[in-house]
Design a protein around this ligand. Structure first.
Ligand SMILES: Cc1ncc(COP(=O)(O)O)c(C=O)c1O
Length: 418
């Protein structure tokens, strides 16, 4: 991929102390085969893979997405605010960029089936859409709790022809779904590709998913230069596993004057309750320790015995106890600044952006706008915020959560009372 991005990391997928391939023996052949395919098709553009990928992004995905000056936000914060509109990608979130890349790669590799995990259902729906578009059988693993709380997305996946397998173990959320998908992959490596949903997992996934998502910053960097004739002072993006942040940051990492902010879910407080095995937040960059999760060394929420804590966020897509290894390294080196925004601030931001700009953001995205509200002009004279997805999928949650709170920016919900 072209641009001003820094070099792709070494072949072993190490980002400083983070990354690697911490997988069981049974998965090594699959990981090695994928590393070879990543080199040939994605990095070397063998058989015109990248050209075909970009064509699908354009004609099916609706790229390039706009970079829009947000007039009323600019006035409110007394700084130029530009929005990178990933909510306008087909399906309503940046997740399709990666899903299209990986399902297409599976075809180039001669695979006959794709599998994926999903939490909020955004990655699952993106994968199901890409699989239908590219005529590839698709199975999605999803924790039972998430199946029950994300019913519209489960239905969307099924409409696109994917099978949805509920996972009944543990808390029935993303972590268990990933474990189950890894198990399926290990059993069916011959004909199956695992479409992982973020910049997590063993090498080459973190590098490869970043490359597929880097189209966000590749476009944004040239769009902001065209619109404002300069680079931004800051780029702000929300971070769950980290694919939106890595995609939004990649082509700016070499621009030292551009500050990069990764906004995580502060949930209902930054404490930890190790004895109960829970953390009421998902702030692995800001508060996590080093450990190994899902095949990579990274920063994560764990107890003193290395057991993973159950995380929390009002936004299902940020509710993950780990984070991508490259993002962990960029934070460690000081290049990326982590920040946390709690459930309440994110909900306020959800309502505020809807009203100010006519854009209903995903709850994940709302965390980035909670940060903008807090920092405002402190971020500099020109700020790019990535709108990673649209909020239609969250409306039920927002109605419920808003009713339980006294939010300044929320509309009057009495209209629903009979
Ligand atoms: C709209 C949106 N933004 C952000 C995220 C967080 O994931 P990541 O950090 O991988 O971008 C999700 C995850 O589902 C999402 O749906």
């Amino acid at each position: 991929m072209s641009g001003d991005a820094r070099e792709t990391p070494a072949d072993d997928g190490k980002f400083g102390r983070f990354g690697g391939q911490y997988v069981p023996e049974a998965l090594m052949p699959a990981v090695e085969e994928l590393t070879d395919a990543y080199q040939r098709y994605v990095l070397d553009n063998e058989d015109g893979f990248i050209d075909e990928f970009r064509e699908h992004l354009r004609t099916f995905g609706g790229r390039p997405t706009p970079l829009q000056r947000a007039d009323r936000s600019s006035e409110r914060y007394d700084t130029e605010v530009y929005l990178k509109r990933e909510d306008s990608v087909h399906g309503g979130a940046h997740k399709l960029n990666n899903a299209l890349g990986q399902v297409l790669l599976a075809k180039y590799m001669g695979k006959e089936r794709v599998i994926a995990e999903t939490g909020a259902g955004q990655h699952g729906t993106a994968t199901a859409m890409a699989a239908a578009h590219l005529d590839m059988p698709c199975e999605i693993y999803m924790g039972r709790t998430d199946v029950n709380r994300q019913r519209p997305n489960v239905f969307r996946m099924r409409l696109d022809g994917a099978e949805v397998n509920p996972v009944d173990v543990g808390s029935g959320t993303l972590k268990e779904a990933i474990n189950e998908t890894l198990r399926d992959w290990a059993t069916n490596v011959e004909d199956t590709h695992y479409v992982i949903g973020s910049v997590v997992g063993p090498h080459p996934f973190p590098s490869m998913v970043r490359d597929f998502q880097a189209v966000i910053s590749e476009e944004a960097r040239s769009q902001v230069q065209e619109a404002a004739d300069r680079l931004p002072d800051a780029v702000v993006a929300c971070a769950g596993g980290g694919s939106n942040t890595m995609g939004s940051f990649h082509h700016f990492v070499g621009d030292e004057d551009v500050d990069l902010y990764a906004v995580e879910a502060g949930g209902s407080g930054l404490e930890r309750h190790e004895d109960e095995g829970v953390a009421p937040h998902s702030a692995s960059l800001s508060t996590g320790d080093e450990g190994v999760l899902h095949g990579a060394r990274t920063k994560l929420l764990q107890d003193r015995h290395g057991q993973i804590l159950e995380s929390h966020s009002v936004s299902a897509g940020l509710d993950y106890a780990g984070v991508g290894p490259e993002l962990a390294d960029l934070v460690e080196s000081g290049r990326v600044t982590p920040a946390t925004v709690g459930d309440d601030e994110a909900l306020e931001a959800f309502h505020r952006l809807s009203r100010l700009e006519g854009i209903i953001p995903a709850l994940e995205t709302s965390h980035a706008f909670g940060f903008l509200e807090r920092e405002g002009a402190e971020l500099g004279d020109l700020v790019v915020v990535t709108v990673s997805g649209r909020g239609d999928k969250d409306l039920e949650t927002v109605i419920e959560e808003t009713e339980q709170r006294d939010l300044d920016a929320a509309p009057d919900l009495e209209v629903f009372e009979r």
